[in-house]
Design a protein around this ligand. Structure first.
Ligand SMILES: [Zn+2]
Ligand SMILES: [Zn+2]
Length: 176
């Protein structure tokens, strides 16, 4: 998501601008993609560059944490970052690497690329254990069948993990 900001950078400190954000899809990494991204960005000219504030919502792709079927989870996120131009928009002089190090940068063509910042903030906002539906039945640990499609033919089994956990809880109660 790239925006030319050469005009914005020539304005006085304190000048505000706004941008509409709308994108059908945006890849976050090899596996995760955002879709239906919608939002708005406010750009504020600072003495160093542009302070960008974004409010956005999107669908983020993923897999159900119980049955591993693909799903899309709605997310909302806000982002606020200062973007520093690597060249001075008026004089064309390059700013020092140290100044640019901790910040997002606006490239030498005075194009601001929101993609990396959106990627970082969207990934932080993505649910850690998404479910395809609140009552997802998961997969059978024995045969791997998706139990949302109906019961498999495996005999019912006692889960050793739950038994062990129950024993730990009992010990805790005895100790206190
Ligand atoms: Zn599921
Ligand atoms: Zn089974």
């Amino acid at each position: 998501m790239r925006f030319r900001v050469s005009q914005e950078l020539r304005q006085a400190v304190g000048t505000e601008f706004s941008l509409e954000l709308r994108r059908g899809s945006l890849f976050l990494d090899d596996q995760v993609a955002l879709s239906d991204l919608e939002g708005s960005a406010r750009l504020l000219r600072t003495d160093r560059g542009l302070l960008v504030s974004v409010r956005a919502r999107a669908l983020i792709g993923g897999t159900c944490s119980r049955c591993v079927s693909p799903l899309q989870s709605p997310i909302e996120f806000n982002l606020e970052e200062e973007f520093i131009p690597i060249v001075d928009p008026v004089s064309g002089a390059h700013i020092t690497a140290a100044e640019a190090e901790e910040s997002f940068v606006i490239d030498a063509g005075l194009t601001l690329d929101l993609g990396e910042a959106l990627r970082q903030y969207a990934l932080i906002s993505s649910p850690s254990k998404p479910l395809c539906r609140p009552d997802c039945a998961g997969i059978c640990p024995t045969c791997g069948a998706n139990l949302n499609d109906g019961r498999c033919t495996c005999p019912p089994r006692i889960d050793a993990g739950w038994e062990a956990l129950a024993a730990i809880n009992t010990n805790d109660q005895e100790g206190s």
